[in-house]
Design a protein around this ligand. Structure first.
Ligand SMILES: [Zn+2]
Ligand SMILES: [Zn+2]
Length: 125
């Protein structure tokens, strides 16, 4: 299944579509390990590649032509778009599972989000 909202924002590309498919299939295994750095498993699941979204670089052997990125980077961007980082525990959660901290919090800044566990721990819920 191709995510239509993401697919329409980019030029059609087999590499891109494979990246979205990888992002959906391996969603749980795509992990942010450092700012801009994401671990993305290969399609077979045997290898894990490191994609850097800031420098558009990936440790895989694919060398996409100008204007394209490898499917691991696309997969990582897909997960990044679908999720956000809980500032309480640093975990990555779907937007629908996160809570806005709100303007009146003294501990957090507006725009910060917390997962359900951290939200109740901090009395935000
Ligand atoms: Zn790659
Ligand atoms: Zn949390």
């Amino acid at each position: 299944m191709i995510d239509q909202s993401l697919a329409q924002s980019a030029l059609p590309s087999t590499r891109y579509e494979r990246g979205i498919a990888l992002g959906i299939e391996k969603f749980e295994d795509i992990v942010r390990v450092a700012p801009w750095e994401w671990e993305v498993p290969s399609c077979s699941g045997e290898t894990v590649y490191l994609a850097n979204l800031k420098h558009s670089a990936c440790s895989c052997p694919d060398r996409p032509p100008a204007g394209e990125v490898c499917k691991h980077e696309t997969a990582a961007r897909y997960k990044k778009a679908k999720t956000a980082t809980c500032i309480g525990c640093g975990g990555r959660f779907l937007h629908r599972d996160l809570y806005d901290v709100g303007e009146d919090s003294l501990t957090f800044f507006e725009g910060d989000v917390l997962c359900g566990g951290c939200a109740s721990a901090h009395g935000v819920l």
